[in-house]
Every structure is written in C-alpha cells, then in structure tokens.
Design a protein around this ligand. Structure first.
Ligand code: 5AD
Ligand code: SF4
Length: 472
C-alpha cells in the first residue's frame, strides 16, 4: 500500500527527471486477466484527464478487457477524478453511491478511483474509512502500473491503494486508445511548478516535466500518417514548455516543428500569461496550421488579488499581452478563466475584474466561485465574503461575459469559415469547430465527418453557431 502524502507532493528538488521507455509492461500471465470482462470509465475534469483515460483504456485492452458504455454492464468500473473544485468531489462521491448500489447485486464488480482526487490525502482517508468496498485507488503517477494493481486486487481481495506522491518522471511507453479518429490529445508536459495559491494541481500532478521534442514530434508524425486532422498540445502551463529541459528549445520552437509535420490543425492549452513570449506569437503568426485561438486565464482583474493568488502579473501586463495577441494574430479568438470570491475579494477588486472583461471582450470565459482546496495556501486565508455575495458576483460576471460572447459570435454571421466536422450531435445534426474554436451545428450528410469543410454561418447563439456546408 502506498498512501498519498501532501508534504511529499509539495516538494520540489533538483532531482533529474528520468525518461522511462520500458516502464509499462504487461506480464504474460496478466494479458488475459480481463478475458470476457467489460470495463467502464467515467472521466471528470480537464483534457489531461480525458487523455489519461485514453491511456487507461488501452492498458485495460492490453489485458483483454472490453469497453462498455453502460456502467451496469461492467465488471470493472473506474472513476478518473478531478480535484480542482469541491463540486467535482461531490459528483464523484455521488457516482460512487451508484457503484456501491450496483455492487450489492453484482458483488464481483471491481471498482476503482484514480486521477487527481486519488492524490489527495483527505479523499483517500475518506475512502479507506467510509467506502471500504472500493477495490482499488491509484494515482496520476501510477497509471502505467495498473495491470499489477488490478492483479493484486483480484488475488488478494483487499483494498489496493497505490498512490505515489512524487515529483514524477516521464513515462514514454504507455499505450493509448484515442476517442476520436480525427483529433488527438498530445501531452507535451506534465505537472506544474507555478503554485498559484488556490490551485491543487501542483500537488496532484507533480513537478513540471516536459517531454522531449523528439517524442512529441514523432507522435504527431504518426498521427498525420493515421489521418488525424488536429492535435491539441496539452500541459498545465504550455508556455513554460522546455524550461526544465537542458536545451535551448521553447514553446515557439515546438510549435514550429509540430507545424512542419503538416498536421492540418494545431491547438495548445493551457497558457499562463507569465510565460507567453513574443516568439510564440510569431510562431502562431507564421504558420496557418497553428490555430488562431488562445485560452489565456485571467483569474482576477485586481492587482491586489492577483498578488495574493501568486499569479506574477498585473492587470496592466495582462491587458498589454492581450492586445499584443489581438494585433499580431489576425482573427484570433481569446477565452479565459476567472475566479470570483477569492478570500477577501472586495467589491472594488471585483469591479477591477469586470473592467478587464470589458477591456478584453472575451470570446468566452469559464467562471468559477473560489473553492478552498485543502493543503493550498489560499484555503487558510481569511475569507469574509459570504457565499450569497459570491454568487451575486458570479451572476453579474456571467451576464457581462455572455454579452461579449454574443458580440464575438456576431462577427461570424453570413461569413464562410472552415469547420472540422467531428460527429453527429444529440439532435441528429453534424457538429464541429472553427479554427477559432467556435462550436458550429450544421445540417448535412455523415460523409463530412472527419473533414474540414467551408461552412456559411446562418445563425448565432451565445455558445454556438448554426451553419450550412458550402462545398463538397
Ligand atoms: N477554486 C475555483 N476555481 C479554481 N480553479 C483552479 N483552482 C480553483 C479553485 N480552488 C480554476 C482556475 C483554473 C481553472 C482550470 O479552474 O480558473 O484556470
Ligand atoms: Fe494551477 Fe496556476 Fe499551475 Fe494553472 S498555472 S495549474 S492555475 S498552479
């Protein structure tokens, strides 16, 4: 048993990061462990988790398990969890209740919790004491060892917990079963060393570790060969890419090299304003296949709160960068993340946030009420703002954000714009995204799925566009 330890997770040393190319092994006797058995994975949270689930699926299939999308039909149920806010926690414990119920009628079902919540000491303690029936818990640094964890759990019949609280290495040989045939997630780095005071990620995901350019570029070249149209380069803080490698190679260089593979669309997320350098902007400008879309979290528009958050930029510096992006990258769309109700946020601080939103007129924004995360500095800060007040601020902020999102969408009306058609939506229509990451609903034939087609925008909604296909 390896339990998570917050103090260990907080540590950052100069220990060299190892690139491990044979760490993932499925022993011969485990290759058929899942024969005749089905697995179901429920994924919470960000794209990083979505991609981890793609790895977990491939590992389980290496052990002969088969996927099912009906959890009642599964022999193995895994919850890949998110720790970013309290409501993510609540959802997971809510779903665990359903799994417990299922296990009452199907006791052979194996249940497991993995992902960021599994890295949290308090969560694991809660599961150990109150949910003893959960069979396995494994952390974000332990995914490659899933075959052995499962085997131990199945043979020993006791709760199996394997969570390392380490800075982390880079494991290069984990297989992947991608959800899409057209767009792919590609990790370019793991972890985060920014330690924004509200954020749990540096504790759950470890030290910043960039993958080497060679591994990334080879992965993208392989995707091009397989017919993929789009890659999203993933990291908690992609602008800091390469800073931990002892080579003179940064995010701008990586963007150019990925662009040269010929993949039709490149996206990257998430950016931190602190590390966004001019060379990155130039790279986006130089290559048509780097999409004009930047997610640039603001978090707060108040210098006082930004300082308490440990964000290392001011409102002025943020707006300067924002304007530089807008003037240098034609047609760029910019979205953001904003937290309201950070401990001690005054009406004046909140108004500063509204001011920045009005100055930037974002294409869209994800807005959140501050949620204290155990072990982070902000969780201990005095917070005298009532929840009611925070909810009112969120409401007011959302109204403003929606107004600008709507305005931004108006730009597209009656224009023709390229859309990568991804699939069939709930109402039977096709859907896809523009280069600027606008969701578009289109009437049309399924033959267009997986293709980039020109679409004329015929109607505008706040969160999506409607259109018709203009070519064959
Ligand atoms: N409370 C509320 N929102 C948070 N985020 C991160 N941590 C917290 C927290 N403790 C938000 C930030 C981040 C996004 C992914 O989630 O805005 O950019
Ligand atoms: Fe969290 Fe800040 Fe790192 Fe983003 S940059 S993952 S908000 S600590």
């Amino acid at each position: 048993m390896n339990l998570p330890n917050l103090n260990e997770a907080r540590k950052r040393t100069n220990k060299e990061i190892l690139i491990k190319t044979n760490e993932y092994i499925v022993k011969e006797n485990l290759k058929e462990l899942g024969l005749g058995k089905k697995y179901y994975i429920k994924t919470y949270g960000c794209q990083m988790n979505v991609h981890d689930s793609e790895n977990i699926k491939a590992i389980l299939e290496d052990m002969s398990f088969e996927e099912t999308t009906d959890f009642e039909d599964a022999d193995l149920i895994l919850l890949n969890t998110c720790a970013i806010r309290e409501n993510a926690h609540n959802k997971v414990f809510g779903f665990l209740g359903r799994v417990k119920h299922l296990k009452e009628s199907k006791p052979h079902v194996i249940s497991g919790v993995c992902g960021c919540m599994a890295q949290e000491e308090n969560v694991v303690n809660e599961i150990r004491t109150k949910h003893k029936w959960v069979d396995i818990i494994f952390g974000t640094h332990n995914i490659h060892n899933l075959p052995n964890i499962l085997f131990d759990s199945m043979t020993r019949k006791e709760q199996e917990i394997e969570v390392f609280s380490i800075e982390g290495d880079v494991i290069e040989n984990i297989p992947v079963k991608r959800d899409s045939k057209y767009k792919a997630w590609v990790n370019i780095m793991y972890g985060c060393d920014k330690f924004c005071t509200y954020c749990i990620v540096p504790y759950t995901r470890g030290k910043q570790r960039s993958r080497t350019p060679e591994y990334i570029i080879n992965e993208v070249k392989e995707l091009v060969k397989q017919g993929y149209k789009e890659v999203s380069l993933l990291g908690q803080n992609v602008n800091a890419y390469g800073k931990d490698l002892n080579i003179d190679y940064k995010m701008g260089d990586l963007l150019r090299d990925v662009a040269k593979t010929g993949i039709e669309r490149i996206r990257f997320m998430t950016s931190h304003p602190w590390d966004f350098d001019d060379d990155m902007i130039n790279a986006i400008k130089e290559y048509d296949n780097i999409m004009p879309y930047v997610h640039l979290p603001l978090q707060s528009g108040s210098d006082r709160i930004l300082k308490l958050m440990g964000r290392r930029y001011t409102k002025e510096k943020y707006i300067e960068l924002y304007n530089k992006l807008k003037t240098n990258i034609p047609n760029v769309s910019i979205t953001t993340d904003i937290i309201v109700g950070f401990p001690g946020e005054t009406e004046e601080d909140f108004n500063d946030t509204l001011d920045v939103v009005s100055a930037c007129k974002y294409d869209s924004a994800f807005t959140f009420i501050f949620s204290p995360r155990e072990g982070t500095p902000a969780a201990k800060m005095e917070d005298n703002v009532s929840l009611e007040e925070k909810e009112q601020r969120l409401y007011k902020l959302n109204e403003l954000v929606n107004e600008y999102a709507n305005q931004a969408n108006q730009r597209y009306l009656n224009k023709i714009t390229p859309v990568l058609i991804e699939g069939v939506g709930e109402k039977g229509n096709l859907f896809g995204y523009t280069d600027t990451m606008k969701l578009v609903n289109v009437d049309g034939d399924s033959k267009y799925i997986g293709k980039i087609v020109n679409v004329e925008i015929t109607d505008i909604k706040t969160w999506s566009l409607d259109g018709i296909i203009k070519e064959d």
